[in-house]
Design a protein around this ligand. Sequence first.
Ligand code: GDP
Ligand code: MG
Length: 423
Amino acid sequence: MATGSARYVRYILVTFFILAVFYFVSNSADVATPLRTQVPKPTTNGQAGSASDVKNESPNSGKITTNYDASQYPMAMTPNDPGWNDLAGIKEGPRMNATFVTLARNSDVWEIAKSIRQVEDRFNRRYNYDWVFLNDKPFDEVFKRVTSSLVSGKTHYGLIPEEHWSFPEWIDQDKAAKVRQDMKERKIIYGDSVSYRHMCRFESGFFFRQELMMNYEYYWRVEPSVELFCDVHYDPFRFMHENKKKYSFVLSLYEYYETIPTLWDSVKKFIKNHPEHIVAGNSMGFLSDDDGDTYNKCHFLAQWSNFEIGSLTWLRSKAYIDYFESLDHDGGFFYERWGDAPVHSIAAALMLKKEEIHFFNDIAYYHVPFTHCPTGQKLRTALKCHCNPDDNFDWKGYSCTSKYFEVNNMDKPEGWDTEEKKD
Ligand SMILES: Nc1nc2c(ncn2[C@@H]2O[C@H](COP(=O)(O)OP(=O)(O)O)[C@@H](O)[C@H]2O)c(=O)[nH]1
Ligand SMILES: [Mg+2]
């Protein structure tokens, strides 16, 4: 009997031990293998995900339906949100069909290297979005080696077709040359440059329809020598998608009038010929102080900033293409020196609803000579920013950001008035 009950106790102990081991192993497996099921499957073209992977927008409902459960992967938008401090490793959850895009020359390699490093450190190392590089000349091996070693996603290198980087046939070459000479004498920055004009026309009308870009729906434009001063805690592409944003900015400014004297006349001609493209609830108040009669020269994408996160689908729409073609035929890219900054901004302000444009206060950015350093000391600390708040341009006299807030009836971020006094 004694032997029988000892065996019985032994069975119980062994069973208990096996259960304990099983419990321990299964629990540690949960920790070691976090849920990764929602990262979209790679598609045949090797991109991070395709349109159908991430969205199915129903045009009439006014709501976006997605095939991922956004609530399962909440984005930490503020320091109080769960997961705010989770900045290690690859971020779980969906990816948008999006890419970084850079137009550059081979000689820009070390300046773009600096920009990439900051974008990666502050954001993309956790998201691994792709990066498309575009150039009017073939990229050399050094450029490809350096940039591909720094980007955590896939890199793609595109050669711009000549018809996107040359004078269209309707441009009078003599007239254009005279303009350049005149602007040179008047010392207008880039006034005598042909390549700068090709660049502005390309960024206005062609970058979004390059073959490599056709694979994507959203872009984040990055230039050589820019800085990203704060951590980006959430995916701005996903923010754009889930909030139906089509265009965004961090710095806004008055344009240099001498470069665009007839741009507004051209815009007015387009408005008259294509009233169907001008949406109700637009931001005309941001562009004009007299209901569209004259342009107040405000634009979102400062010529000296070139920060943009936006929708490629919108830029490829008939509305935008009609707009670009109308402007392009008027010749101001060559007979004046129209920049892509006012061209994109005017389009966004007239052909998008107000609420489709977003100001990213929390993305800190520098492009010589302007800085956007987020307003709000608590926010800057939470974002581990390394910019000097005194450098923030937002509330200074030559910025249009106050106007944007007024037009949208939005409250300015806490601290805007005290920070303004430090001018
Ligand atoms: N491939 C190429 N890129 C250019 C050329 N000119 C300017 N860029 C790029 O276009 C962008 C804007 O040019 P940048 O010189 O920074 O002009 P700014 O920002 O208006 O002063 C940058 O990304 C440049 O690298 C060019 O002739 N060829
Ligand atoms: Mg630049």
